[in-house]
Ligand binder design. Structure first.
Ligand SMILES: [Zn+2]
Length: 270
């Protein structure tokens, strides 16, 4: 037996979203039934798969994570990829032991200047999420979740604001900016073809330097504060959940002894 055969399988989880895809800039394009968006997203996801496989990944799982898993199809996903459909729950399946996590089509967190359709989990429902007092969105929370399991985030593609958000916490990760935000609903985008080529190359580079990209670890007790929009107000019994504390009519705080405990408590509110 060669030593290569005893190496653990290298599985990459690709988290997809719609708002950070090249050519997607208006809210109506994020409808999961929008045919053009689905093609654009599929092309970018498949380019990432191609790049990861070329860089040495054994398996790539693509999670259709935008709005209820209705945007990707087994008919058009890369033939060598696996498609993950549905909700993964609070731990994102990290117990399975991915070698790395990647974001494709990612947007920046809520309230970011020049962030194309910037929001944190829900543009209608959530005004702001703070983790240990600092604003976070999908990038920061999911990187910390993967990091809890000692899994690094190795690649992100999206608008420039989203790439900067990951670089601020994981400078070693590969990022591909496929469009530059001018405002919430205005951007200068690459063509689909060029975006795909850049993502493919970025994925190969990321895979080759996998061992040099550290997991994003949040140590010690963690607090999540979720401020809902004015459309929402906390239910009457909101403060009864374990570790929960009502801050005001539409803000709740969850505390945990460590990241995972706080995340599982707070995640119920996203
Ligand atoms: Zn999102």
């Amino acid at each position: 037996m060669t030593s290569a055969s005893s190496q653990p399988r290298k599985t990459i989880l690709v988290i997809t979203d719609a708002e950070g895809v090249a050519g997607v800039c208006r809210q109506d394009q994020t409808d999961p039934k929008d045919g053009e968006m689905r093609q654009l997203l599929t092309g970018e996801a498949n380019a990432a798969v191609e790049g990861f496989l070329a860089g040495g990944a054994d398996e790539v799982i693509v999670w259709d994570a935008h709005d209820g898993s209705q945007s990707l199809s087994a008919l058009t996903i890369h033939p060598k990829a696996k498609l993950l459909i549905g909700d993964l729950g609070a731990t994102m399946g990290c117990e399975r032991g991915y070698a790395g996590v990647a974001f494709v089509g990612q947007h920046s967190m809520a309230n970011v200047r020049m962030g194309v359709m910037a929001h944190s989990y829900s543009s209608l429902g959530i005004q702001n999420i703070l983790m240990n007092g600092r604003p976070v969105g999908e990038i920061g929370t999911r990187a910390a979740l993967a990091g809890w399991y000692r899994i690094p985030v190795i690649l992100l593609s999206g608008d420039t604001a989203a790439t900067e958000e990951l670089k601020a916490i994981v400078p070693q990760a590969e990022v591909v900016a496929v469009k530059e935000g001018l405002a919430r609903y205005a951007c200068i985008s690459m063509s689909a073809e060029n975006a795909r080529a850049a993502i493919r190359d970025g994925a190969t580079r990321a895979m080759k330097k996998l061992d040099q990209i550290p997991p994003y670890r949040i140590e010690g007790p963690v607090t999540f504060e979720i401020e809902y929009t004015t459309r929402n107000s906390l239910p009457i019994d909101a403060g009864r959940a374990p570790g929960a504390e009502v801050v005001d009519d539409r803000t709740i705080r969850y505390k945990g002894k460590d990241f995972l405990e706080a995340w599982i408590r707070g995640n119920a509110g996203f």
